[in-house]
Unconditional design. Structure first.
Length: 119
C-alpha cells in the first residue's frame, strides 16, 4: 500500500514561488504525477515524471513549474515559480506508470496540500 504525504503549500502573492514535497512510502515507483483541484472544479494533471526523469506538463504551467524526484528519498517535488491566482488549488501527488504519452495513476490519494495565490 503506497502512502503519499504532500506538504509545502501556503498563501503567497502573485509572482512568488513555492515548492511542494511528496513523501512516498512503499516500493520504488516507476512514475509520479502532481494533480490539482481548484475549489468546485475538476481535478487536472499538472506534471508527471517517469523513472528516467522525463517530464511532462500542463500547458498553462510550462516554463513555471518543475517536477523532480529523489529516488534515494522516495520523494517527488514540484517547484512552482511565478505563481498566478489561477494556480490556486489543492495539490495532490500520485504514483503510477507512463504508457506511451499517457500517465496512469495507480496509487491512492493523499490529503493534498493547499496553494492559494492572491493577486
Amino acid at each position: 500500500q503506497v502512502r503519499l504525504v504532500e506538504s509545502g503549500g501556503g498563501l503567497v502573492q502573485a509572482g512568488e514561488s513555492l515548492e511542494l514535497t511528496c513523501k512516498i512510502s512503499g516500493n520504488i515507483f516507476p512514475a509520479a504525477g502532481w494533480y490539482r483541484q481548484p475549489l468546485g472544479k475538476q481535478r487536472e494533471l499538472v506534471a508527471t515524471i517517469n523513472r528516467l526523469g522525463r517530464t511532462d506538463y500542463l500547458d498553462s504551467v510550462k516554463g513555471r513549474f518543475t517536477i523532480s524526484r529523489d529516488n534515494t528519498e522516495n520523494t517527488v517535488y514540484l517547484q512552482m515559480k511565478t505563481l498566478k491566482p489561477e494556480d490556486t488549488a489543492a495539490y495532490y501527488c500520485t504514483t503510477g506508470t507512463v504508457i506511451g504519452a499517457d500517465y496512469h495513476a495507480n496509487s491512492g490519494w493523499g490529503s493534498g496540500t493547499q496553494v492559494a495565490v492572491s493577486s
